[in-house]
Design a protein around this ligand. Structure first.
Ligand code: 5AD
Ligand code: SF4
Length: 530
């Protein structure tokens, strides 16, 4: 029987590509000499002829490139170590590297943190370039066509690296949306996985390492599972995301998310709070609760409402700031505002996407609220005891949007006075009901409307930010701009505020400073520490 000592018999028969090469290199290191990689069946047959004693004597290392049956037989007969043994043998540690690029929203950024943690747990190390990686992953976004094209352009740029034995994987929304069609469009891709299948990543990675060429994790939207892992590799040591709800059941007419991220499913508040506590204990002071519609949160244990969960996270010792995004107007309830009013650690900011200021457009968009109902919610927010900043998302040029309807959006923006607006030209998306709606607005008209909207908003925002001059606010320090002698940070409203420190020692990232606002721009503030 092959031993773990000096005489190691190794099978890398089922490994292909980078794992095979690395396994072979590692075997050579242990053997201290060049080994001949022989034909698969021949090598297996040969090896199977060795008796246990012969193995001990003859094989300082035997590298067998065997067929699956031969390896199975060898393992059954106890002649060889399995792949798992190969990797766990200290001398045979195979360094596996990956590169991961993320496109899209905060949900994707946080999913990537979980994927990175999972890969590290599986023995992979992260590298900064595609060239240095064995496995190249793209976590993709398909919310608009432009975002979707990015991944195919990137794959086209990097496919030449395939010759070096690298493997490619497409994760996220484009993966889920396009599914196995990606294997046809980009045949060099070996792994395609939507976010609802990430919990199966360890298994999919093992199959990839064993040489499988087309692995698909494409759970349909019926899954009840959330992706929870204790191996999240958070990139910022002070500010971190926590997913509280995944998927979306709203089916707005333009939106691909319900098809790419599956049905709405919440985590238990017990597990959310445990994660928040662990983060606080390891020094996190700011937590952002994430979900496609956070306020549609339903505790599977029935212990807490969304507003109660917000308050409970904010009351954890060490947590100074709690944010949440994104809220849906239909599920936005008054108790959320009451929670912000009574719990100081809840930030004074609500992101409440309206998409359009016209009730008729909203109806075509299947948003299930009217302009008036939206404004009623804004009324609750503006009626709070402390000022709460509001931001929104807008889509211009939705099918059938008339000039008059577009102007209603402008008038809504003027009356709400948002601190930030994220506006997009409507982009037709696969599977969505809006895809078949007639009367599409020409692209240059969408462009014009977008520009008008952004120009107006810029002026309203400029006026809003100017009103903040003279206020003293708390700023979470994020970094320094040594050239300008400035400290960079963010207010509770999530506004960027750069300030001059009060003394020669710059406050450390992760700390908090009181700052008087001295100057304003349309998207940021400037101040000095008090
Ligand atoms: N076209 C343009 N913008 C879209 N969004 C979602 N789907 C589309 C689409 N098909 C915008 C919405 C949403 C934000 C995340 O992206 O404004 O709130
Ligand atoms: Fe898309 Fe609407 Fe769901 Fe938001 S609420 S993710 S816009 S379907």
């Amino acid at each position: 029987m092959a031993s773990h000592g000096d005489n190691v018999a190794v099978t890398i028969g089922l490994a292909h590509g980078f794992v095979k090469q690395r396994g072979y290199d590692a075997a050579m290191r242990v053997a201290g000499r060049t080994l001949e990689l022989r034909g698969e069946t021949e090598a297996a047959q040969d090896a199977l002829l060795f008796s246990d004693e012969e193995l001990q004597v003859k094989a300082s290392v035997i590298v067998v490139a065997a067929t699956e049956t031969a390896v199975e037989r060898a393992v059954r007969e106890g002649k060889f170590l399995t792949h798992a043994a190969l990797y766990s043998h200290p001398d045979m540690a195979v360094e596996k590297t990956f590169f991961l690029e993320t496109f899209g929203c905060q949900m994707n950024v946080h999913d990537s943190e979980k994927v990175i943690g999972t890969l590290q747990q599986q023995g992979y190390s992260q590298v900064d370039t595609e060239e240095a990686a064995d496995l190249i992953l793209y976590n993709t976004c398909s919310i608009r066509d432009k975002a979707e094209q990015k991944v195919f352009n990137r794959l086209n740029d990097t496919k030449k690296l395939l010759k070096q034995g690298k493997r490619f994987g497409v994760l996220g929304c484009v993966a889920q949306q396009e599914g196995e069609a990606i294997f046809e469009r980009a045949p060099y891709v070996s792994l395609v996985s939507g976010s609802a299948s990430y919990r199966k990543l360890p298994e999919m990675l093992a199959r990839l390492e064993a040489g499988e060429r087309r692995i698909a994790g494409l759970d349909d939207r019926q899954t009840d599972e959330t992706f929870e892992t204790e191996f999240t590799a958070r990139s910022n040591p002070y500010r971190g995301y926590i997913t509280i709800i995944e998927g979306c059941d709203k089916f707005c007419a333009y939106c691909v998310v319900p098809y790419t991220r599956g049905k709405e499913r919440s985590r238990t508040s017990t597990s959310v709070l445990a994660e928040a506590r662990r983060m606080a204990e390891s020094g996190y002071s700011e937590v952002q609760l994430l979900g496609q519609n956070v306020n549609s949160y339903r505790d599977p244990e029935g212990k807490r409402s969304f507003a109660e969960l917000l308050a409970a996270v904010a009351e954890i010792p060490g947590i100074r700031r709690v944010r949440f995004t994104t809220s849906h107007p239909r599920d936005f309830t008054q108790d959320i505002v009451e929670a912000i009013d009574s719990v100081p650690a809840l930030c004074n900011h609500v992101h409440l996407p309206v998409q359009s200021g016209s009730t008729t457009t909203l109806k075509r968009m299947q948003r299930e609220y009217t302009r008036e109902q939206y404004l009623e919610r804004i009324g609750w927010i503006k009626g709070s005891r402390r000022p709460i900043s509001v931001t929104t998302d807008i889509i211009v040029g939705f099918p059938g949007e008339t000039v008059a309807e577009f102007e209603e959006t402008l008038s809504l923006l003027e009356s709400v006075q948002y601190d930030a607006v994220f506006a997009f030209k409507y982009s037709p998306r696969p599977n969505t009901p809006a895809l078949v709606m007639i009367d599409a607005i020409p692209d240059d008209e969408k462009g014009k409307r977008l520009q008008v909207l952004l120009d107006r908003q810029r002026e309203w925002q400029r006026a809003n930010y100017t009103k903040r001059i003279g206020q003293v606010v708390e700023v979470a320090v994020e970094g320094h701009n040594t050239q300008r002698g400035q400290v960079n940070g963010r207010t509770s409203e999530n506004i960027t505020l750069n300030f001059v420190p009060s003394g020669p020692i710059l406050p450390a990232p992760g700390s908090f400073a009181l700052v008087e606002v001295t100057q304003s721009f349309p998207n940021s503030l400037v101040g000095r520490a008090v």
